[in-house]
Design a protein around this ligand. Structure first.
Ligand code: NAP
Length: 518
């Protein structure tokens, strides 16, 4: 099979009437399938439990998206056991065959693209373009890691040793626990799970309890393309109830986690403990939160900056780890920038995520709405509220108006804590140097951007803006697989660089083999 060079999946242009019609049909098609009972998948078999939980539509909280079993710690043991036995055969399957499963799954996703996006609109409140970008990224991960796996399976040069034939090969690790968040419920889940699978590991996938349905859709696709039972096990249930059992299970060799700092640090700590009979040091990939900043310099194109900041701060209601939650503006252009920013924020339309007219949908859950509103209440005392600041609607969905709080001090709660909602703090800097100092004054280091026309400032920020993903004169969200390998510094995580050439190495161990020549 000829494998073309990797290219990012194009995004859908919903201005096109045909694309709008197919997406609308997908939204209606998915509506007719809401509320169904779904199952876990352990060792290729569907598993139900009497105790269940529901996934809700955050635009319309009384609408049940799907009902799932609440997995138990016994289910954890079963799923890990199934993955451990499947590893004994899956590890010997050729790299070409393993990559082919990913390529086939990518093809199925292309065919069902709008349907998958529609599930995300219902389950986690993504607007059409946001859901579409999530599905495209998931396809990208499958295509990219499929190719990367073949590269890792190829030859790797060793310095010649006289009288010996030396080679280096990469081997899988074993059972991988994959624990994704709800905010990129397809892309991140598919990225982590497919990286583990394609490199020859087997997986116990525990989706977020806010987004199990889209995870289940992926698991079904992998079954449809013929992935052997036991290679990908799907375990639903509360992270706080079954997460520890999964992370500490002695047969788990690797944990791939993306989520909050709090849970990531806990996993890292628990995984360090060596359980009875455990023969390895567990590896942990933990990608965590951010408090990302955009610097607007006095030499910036202020219209472009206002547009980029609005999109970075409020795209998907600010619920991206890469979202701009601080804009740091040079005092010389502060007032004119803020005016332009408010003009754009005022034009954002808030509504049902499934409605193509909406720029913003709801936040993911009632719990999220409550904590975001609490942060806003605190933020009101830390600066000047210029936009939003409250819940919107009749309470049937979890909507929050896009919120801008200006004149915030760098040490304020809204300038330091990850709020993970549509809340932007505006900070005034004396000059560019001061802006850079403020930008770096956080425990995180995920994404950042600078708007400036000054090349010297671009060079200065390239050296000293301490974030894993740095951008100039563009938004700080929207990293592309292959083009912008993703992962941050400091408390933003282990810098795994998802979608980059180093990523699969995290799921592999290298073996050096040398043979003395006769
Ligand atoms: P979260 O609350 O940490 O949950 C993430 C996952 O961990 C969920 O599947 C959750 O399951 C599970 N979990 C919870 N407690 C656990 C435990 N004790 N042991 C094992 N697993 C446990 O994060 P979230 O709210 O889903 O996601 C938002 C966070 O993710 C933000 O902080 C955001 O910045 C971060 N994020 C980072 C990146 C990145 O690349 N750096 C990308 C996206 C998101 P339940 O749902 O069942 O609790």
């Amino acid at each position: 099979m000829e494998i073309r060079e990797f290219r990012n999946e194009p995004l859908t242009d919903f201005a096109h009437p045909e694309s709008r019609a197919t997406m609308q049909a997908a939204i209606e098609g998915v509506a007719s399938r809401l509320g169904q009972r779904r199952t876990m998948q352990i060792d290729g078999r569907e598993v139900s439990r009497e105790t269940t939980f529901v996934s809700q539509n955050p635009s319309h909280a009384s609408q049940v998206v799907a009902v799932f079993p609440k997995g138990t710690t016994e289910d954890v043991a079963r799923a890990v056991g199934a993955a451990a036995s499947a590893f004994e055969t899956w590890r010997y399957v050729s790299a070409e065959e393993r990559s082919a499963y990913l390529f086939r799954a990518a093809e199925v996703m292309r065919q069902r693209r709008h349907e998958l996006s529609a599930w995300m609109s219902y389950e986690v409140g993504k607007t059409w373009p946001e859901a579409d970008a999530d599905t495209a990224e998931a396809i990208d991960f499958l295509e990219f890691y499929g190719r990367e796996n073949l590269r890792y399976a190829g030859e790797h040069p060793c310095t010649p040793v006289p009288g010996e034939r030396a080679t280096l090969v990469y081997r899988p690790l074993g059972v991988c626990a994959v624990i994704p968040p709800w905010n990129f419920p397809l892309a991140i889940l598919v990225g982590m799970a497919s990286a583990a699978i394609v490199t020859g590991n087997t997986v116990v996938l525990k989706p977020s309890s806010d987004a199990p349905t889209i995870g289940d859709e992926f698991v079904r696709i992998m079954r449809e393309v013929g992935l052997p039972g036991g290679v990908l096990n799907f375990l639903t249930g509360s992270g706080s109830e079954i997460g520890d059992a999964l992370v500490t299970h002695p047969l788990v060799r690797l944990v791939a986690f993306t989520g909050s700092k709090q849970v990531g640090l806990r996993i890292n700590e628990l995984a360090a403990h060596v359980g009875p009979g455990q023969r390895w040091i567990k590896r942990v990939i933990a990608e965590m939160g951010g408090k990302d900043a955009i610097i607007v310099d006095r030499d910036a194109d202020l219209d472009a900056a206002a547009q980029g900041v609005t999109s970075s701060a409020f795209g998907y209601q600010g619920q991206k780890c890469s979202a701009c939650s601080r804009v740091i503006v040079d005092g010389a252009v502060y007032d004119s920038f803020v005016e332009k920013l408010l003009g754009r924020v005022g034009g954002l339309r808030l509504g049902l995520a499934t409605d193509p007219a909406s720029d913003l949908g709801p936040v993911v859950s009632g719990r999220a709405q409550k904590t975001i509103l609490e942060s806003i209440a605190r933020g009101r005392n830390e600066g000047r509220l210029l936009a939003g600041g409250e819940a919107v609607g009749d309470g049937s969905g979890y909507f929050i108006a896009p919120t801008v709080i200006a004149d915030v001090a760098p040490s304020a709660h809204v300038a330091q804590e990850e709020i993970f909602g549509p809340v932007l703090a505006v900070l005034r800097a004396r000059d560019f140097e001061d802006a850079l100092t403020i930008a770096n004054d956080t425990e995180y280091g995920l994404t950042g951007s600078v708007y400036t026309r000054d090349r010297a400032k671009i060079a200065r920020a390239s050296r000293d803006f301490f974030v894993g993903n740095l951008y100039f004169n563009r938004k700080c969200t929207g990293a592309l697989v292959g083009g912008h390998p993703f992962g941050g510094f400091n408390m933003s995580g282990t810098n795994s660089k998802a979608g980059g050439r180093d990523y699969l190495l995290l799921f592999l161990q290298a073996q050096s083999i040398a043979e003395k020549l006769a």
